[in-house]
Design a protein around this ligand. Structure first.
Ligand SMILES: [Zn+2]
Length: 444
């Protein structure tokens, strides 16, 4: 059995975290939907239950109180996400629990469920989620809708000093959050309608590929002037991460075809050269604005996606071409963890950010952190990104990450690989100094 080093544990527990990645909803929107137990099932758990056999439409009925918030979130992000119709709009709390219970029991073994149980125990004082406690949990969640709740959870409970939040909004509470912004909607252009959305946002007219690039550049400039600390891309949910070097001409042909049609749009194969071209332009704009690019690699949240699309090795041509860029690769590239680690080792412009992995698999995160410590310079490893929609689950993630870092560093000391002081220095770098420096955060 592993033995935690007490000095490491105390130190790691006391580090005020810099959190590279969250999707935490605005507190006002949160207070509208935090009504009952379903509040903790916005994602992750729900995907495991659907994987276990729960129907997606029943899942929507169970978490009906979240529906408006989730629709708003995807709209803000201009993401093409399909949210199924619920099987029913009027199930009682008891009926919704009963529909979920067998599937919750089935996923108890997964790390998402472990994170949930840590969260409800430490935040709401409830030991387990089962038929005897769901009403009590629902009441506790409903009672937590009060001013100061975010500060209570993020600062007093989770000890997070600053979180980068990816909700495609600059209107985040700057006491706790700084925004990252996506430009994926400038890349993933498929129809005249998509162009009109971009014209509205940028307040520019877009008649040519050149106009599209200029609108993207102006939009990024605006994001940066209003506090964005990075560019985020989540396109591994929609397409392969291979962005070929295409000629202006090839991209223009696609643009012109899209611009001259009303609504039918282009197919993936037709639009790929334009997308590839625009991703290169986005990276150049990020370099110009001195912003890092945070890239989703590996597992896609949800069900039924194409994992090979998100293999981080597809990105190598970008790393070779854009030496001045800063690529922050997310999620350990799971399951491509070894390839992912070698990219951070090999390329000066790539950093290794394990956000989300500690709650996907604590064991894989443990192995990967050992590997990173042995292979990647200590200024390039980032260990915490809560990747949650709620502050409460971000707390659970922070706790699991502290356990992970404490365990791995204790093991490294026990093996004689690190001494205590080296381990403590690494802990501070991975959990605070490295992300603060990459994202240029002023955290005192
Ligand atoms: Zn995320």
């Amino acid at each position: 059995m592993n033995q935690n080093n007490e000095r490491v544990k105390t130190e790691v527990d006391n580090i005020s975290l810099v959190d590279t990645h969250e999707h935490i909803i605005l507190e006002t929107e949160r207070d509208e939907c935090a009504k009952d137990f379903s509040y903790l099932f916005a994602h992750y758990n729900s995907s495991d239950m659907i994987s276990a056999g729960l129907s997606p439409r029943m899942m929507e009925a169970i978490r009906l109180p979240l529906r408006q918030m989730r629709i708003k979130t995807y709209q803000r992000r201009k993401a093409r996400r399909f949210i199924p119709e619920p099987t029913s709009y009027d199930m009682s709390l008891d009926e919704r629990w009963q529909a979920m219970e067998p599937f919750w029991e089935m996923i108890r073994n997964t790390a998402y469920a472990k994170q949930t149980l840590i969260t409800i125990r430490d935040i709401f004082g409830i030991e387990d989620l089962n038929r005897n406690t769901y009403r009590q949990l629902s009441e506790a969640i409903s009672n937590s809708r009060k001013p100061g709740w975010y500060g209570h959870v993020l600062r007093e409970k989770a000890n997070i000093s600053m979180s980068v939040v990816d909700i495609q909004s600059l209107e985040v509470n700057r006491e706790f959050f700084v925004p990252t912004m996506r430009l994926d909607h400038f890349i993933n252009v498929q129809s005249r309608l998509d162009l009109e959305v971009l014209e509205t946002e940028s307040a520019m007219t877009i008649h040519s590929l050149d106009d599209l690039v200029k609108a993207m550049q102006a939009t990024l400039k605006y994001y940066k002037e209003n506090g964005a600390v990075s560019v985020k891309t989540g396109l591994a949910y929609n397409r392969v991460l291979k962005y070929e070097k295409v000629s202006l001409h090839e991209a223009e042909v696609v643009f012109n075809r899209i611009a001259s049609h009303l609504g039918e749009g282009s197919s993936w194969l037709e639009s790929k050269p334009l997308q590839d071209y625009m991703m290169h332009q986005v990276i150049r704009a990020a370099i110009e604005n001195e912003l890092p690019v945070q890239i989703h690699t590996g597992l896609q949240e949800g069900n039924g996606n194409i994992i090979t699309n998100s293999n981080p090795v597809h990105l190598i041509n970008l790393f070779i071409e854009y030496k001045e860029a800063k690529f922050d690769l997310f999620h350990g590239g799971y399951p491509y963890i070894h390839e992912w680690a070698t990219l951070a080792k090999n390329f000066t412009n790539v950093t290794a950010d394990i956000t989300w992995l500690p709650i996907i698999s604590p064991e894989i995160a443990r192995q990967l952190l050992h590997e990173l410590i042995e292979t990647v310079p200590g200024n390039k490893i980032m260990a915490f990104g809560g990747d949650s929609m709620t502050v409460e689950m971000a707390y659970g993630h922070a706790k699991m990450t502290r356990q992970l870092v404490t365990r791995v560093l204790s093991e490294k000391i026990a093996e004689g690989y690190l001494d205590e002081n080296e381990a403590l220095l690494l802990a501070r770098r991975m959990l605070r100094d490295n992300p603060a420096s990459l994202l240029k955060l002023n955290i005192g």
